[in-house]
Design a binder for this molecule. Structure first.
Ligand SMILES: [Zn+2]
Length: 163
């Protein structure tokens, strides 16, 4: 029965048939306008995007590059210089500092997490073959340090293109 007004969920139960804009307006008015965005970007992703923006870089987010597996999504995508950035969560992508296996169902988790890493390497290979530079940023990394690295790579790649 209890439902927090800011959850952004459950509004489909409201009588909104007459106009779709009512539903959208309702969600926005409760101050959770970013809720829809949640799926599109984790906190580390959003921080990195802001850091890149501050450095004057412009990019697309959550796209699948042409010529690659359509289900492949790239988190941040610098089209002009052909840089594909992934922000990898420490747990799911087994970062060297924070990787760990949950205590229960260890075998299942091991296979699951190994599968994620294999898919990562597969994506790297496919994108590299298509001419993209793949940059992976760990969730735990300082977004400003990562953004500096990406900005530097973008400058280098822009330089190469002119010659
Ligand atoms: Zn980590």
């Amino acid at each position: 029965m209890f439902r927090t007004p800011t959850s952004g969920l459950g509004y489909e139960h409201l009588p909104v048939r007459r106009s779709g804009t009512y539903a959208a307006g309702y969600v926005t008015c409760d101050g959770e306008g970013d809720a829809q965005d949640g799926r599109r970007g984790t906190q580390p992703e959003l921080k990195l995007r802001r850091a890149l923006h501050r450095r004057g870089l412009r990019f697309l987010v959550d796209v699948s590059p042409r010529g690659t597996n359509r289900r492949r999504r790239v988190d941040i995508f610098l089209r002009g210089v052909r840089i594909a950035v992934f922000v990898d969560g420490c747990f799911w992508h087994s970062c060297p500092v924070h990787a760990h296996l949950p205590r229960s169902n260890r075998d299942w988790w091991r296979r699951k997490l190994e599968g994620v890493v294999l898919r990562d390497r597969d994506a790297d290979a496919e994108l590299t073959a298509a001419g993209w530079l793949v940059v992976r940023v760990w969730e735990h990394e300082d977004p400003d340090v990562a953004a500096d690295r990406i900005a530097q790579l973008a400058r280098e790649r822009r330089g190469h293109r002119r010659s």
